[in-house]
Design a protein around this ligand. Structure first.
Ligand SMILES: O=c1[nH]cnc2c1ncn2[C@H]1C[C@H](O)[C@@H](COP(=O)(O)OP(=O)(O)O)O1
Length: 198
């Protein structure tokens, strides 16, 4: 479910559409899982109230505020931190495949590892914690030796709207995972989904 890409400016002229803004916060890390598997990058997503994975953010009314300030407001509600989002952090805008009449605007922001830790700590006492947000999650970007563990297993879960495509596109565009690693993970995730549907 990728949705149809559209420019931010064009999307704002669409009549009768709602606008949702979400952001991928990420950082580099030297940490190693079990002391040997390099984690390389921390990427934050969240478990939503509906059991689906998605990015922090929410609905913004462009008639009342800019997309970026609306996104900052949503981030405060969901993560309890005042994060400045700039127009330069904008990554893509899409007419979402579902729900209807929705444009999803996607942003990415690189942080320091220690600042990501502060976000994670603050999120536990944010207004929406335990209500609209069940918790922040880190995306495991590594693959375990079995081939399926780690990122493929993560991708086999259920995601809200086009957030899975947003994740894959951002990882590709930012060079956090190679094209080959991404393609292999997507193929393995499909296999995991098929095997768990039986
Ligand atoms: O992470 C996401 N990526 C793309 N679209 C998303 C994401 N999370 C939600 N959505 C879509 C689907 C939802 O109906 C709307 C509104 O999002 P939500 O975060 O639930 O907004 P509110 O907190 O209710 O304002 O966007």
């Amino acid at each position: 479910m990728a949705g149809q890409e559209i420019s931010k400016e064009e999307s704002l002229s669409l009549k009768g559409y709602r606008h949702a803004c979400h952001i991928m916060l990420y950082a580099d890390t030297d940490a190693k899982l079990f002391g040997k598997i390099p984690i390389k990058h921390i990427v934050l997503m969240q478990m939503r109230f509906d059991g689906l994975l998605g990015f922090p953010g929410g609905l913004v009314n462009p008639a009342e505020e800019s997309l970026e300030s609306g996104l900052s407001r949503e981030l405060w509600e969901e993560m309890g931190v005042a994060l400045n989002v700039a127009p330069e952090d904008h990554c893509s805008s899409c007419v979402a495949p579902s729900p209807p009449q929705l444009v999803t605007h996607f942003y990415t922001k690189k942080m320091k590892e220690e600042d990501v830790r502060e976000v994670e700590k603050a999120a536990v006492t944010a207004p929406d914690h335990g209500l609209e947000v069940m918790g922040m999650v880190r995306v495991p970007l590594y693959c375990l030796r079995s081939g399926e563990g780690g990122f493929p297993a993560f991708l086999s879960h259920s995601f809200i709207s086009n957030s899975r495509s947003q994740l894959l596109s951002a990882l590709r565009a930012l060079g956090l995972l190679s094209w080959a690693a991404l393609d292999a993970a997507v193929t393995q995730a499909d296999q995991i989904r098929q095997s768990t549907q039986q």
